[in-house]
Design a binder for this molecule. Structure first.
Ligand code: AMP
Length: 303
């Protein structure tokens, strides 16, 4: 596994690897480079993306970059957890070929004057409470796509809105990248894995279970009540989350996916295609997100 810190060296190494693969294979589809973009402090959620990339690509590139431009002024850029040594061990164990771990100066030698903005779907949910966040995400992901030129890129549904935004960007700008969404990986007790979980005290860690519990309650309610409305869902979410004394809800929403149109209160779910039930809740200073998707078939099959 190579650890590379500059864009020039990465391009050079990828050229060599692509050529070697081309010589080794007569596959007419060409060499598939799979990119897994992360901010490091890797956990089993990230590992699942690397595993999907390993299965579906010839060359796996993992990027580790805590991207300053996707953090707001009062957010946790400086304190974001970092542990490169451990990250490299995880990447090695998952069979990654190249770890690209550039400095901020390498990625942004001067303040960037070019940013990528996806409008509409970035204005809701996390976009509403974190202004500028998605511009930072789409800008850095575009840079990574231009630098690595992957055929496939792997993203977790943990950040469902991010998946929708990146799919929109790839579509609108005709980027030749196949965006592969991967399922959320959870702890045994239901908490979705996140690098930010380390911020939680054991008390808040326990309270944070209300997120997955609320989502599970919605899943069960949908399974048993085909006439359930968006208002019922919002009520179930809020009722469960209020069982945590420290939880402060940023949003607890139901919307279409991937268009992220909010559902009116009295709308029945069965009128819709794929839906996303999404939560963002603060526990102390730590803001956690979680979600589930409800697919059209799941609703229809019980009608
Ligand atoms: P991050 O390092 O938090 O920017 O995440 C990098 C990638 O890993 C993103 O595509 C995330 O959606 C994905 N990811 C983070 N946590 C999980 C999880 N629990 N399950 C699946 N994917 C995840």
């Amino acid at each position: 596994m190579k650890v590379i810190r500059t864009i020039a060296e990465l391009r050079q190494e990828l050229n060599i690897m692509r050529k070697n693969h081309n010589n080794d294979t007569s596959d007419s589809r060409g060499v598939v480079v799979g990119l897994v973009p992360t901010m490091g402090y890797l956990h089993r959620g990230h590992a699942s993306l690397m595993q999907a990339a390993r299965q579906q690509s010839d060359i796996v590139v993992l990027s580790i970059f805590v991207n300053p431009i996707q953090f707001g002024p009062n957010e946790d850029f400086d304190s974001y957890p970092r542990d490169e040594e451990r990250d490299l061990a995880v990447a090695r164990a998952e069979g990654v070929d190249i770890v690209f771990s550039p400095s901020v100066e390498e990625m942004y030698p001067q303040p960037t004057q070019t940013t990528i903005t996806v409008s509409g779907i970035t204005e809701r949910l996390c976009g509403a409470s974190r202004p500028g966040h998605f511009n930072g995400v789409t800008t850095v992901v575009s840079k990574l796509f231009n630098i690595v030129q992957p055929q496939k890129a792997f993203f977790g549904m943990k950040d469902a809105q991010q998946v929708a935004v990146i799919q929109q960007m790839v579509h609108d700008l005709n980027m030749p990248v196949d965006v592969v969404p991967c399922p959320i990986v959870r702890e045994e007790d239901g908490l979705a894995l996140s690098s930010r979980n380390v911020y939680l005290s054991s008390e808040l860690r326990q309270e944070a279970l209300v997120l997955s519990q609320a989502l599970r309650a919605v899943q069960e309610a949908v399974a048993s009540n085909t006439a359930i409305t968006a208002k019922d869902i919002r009520h179930i979410l809020r009722e469960h989350i209020s069982q945590s004394v420290h939880a402060v809800i940023d949003y607890a929403e139901i919307q279409s996916f991937p268009s992220l149109e909010p559902l009116a209160d009295d709308e029945e779910l069965k009128a819709y295609g794929d839906l996303l039930i999404a939560l963002a809740v603060k526990f102390g200073k730590t803001r956690l997100i979680d979600n589930i998707r409800i697919q059209k078939m799941e609703v229809l099959s019980r009608v």
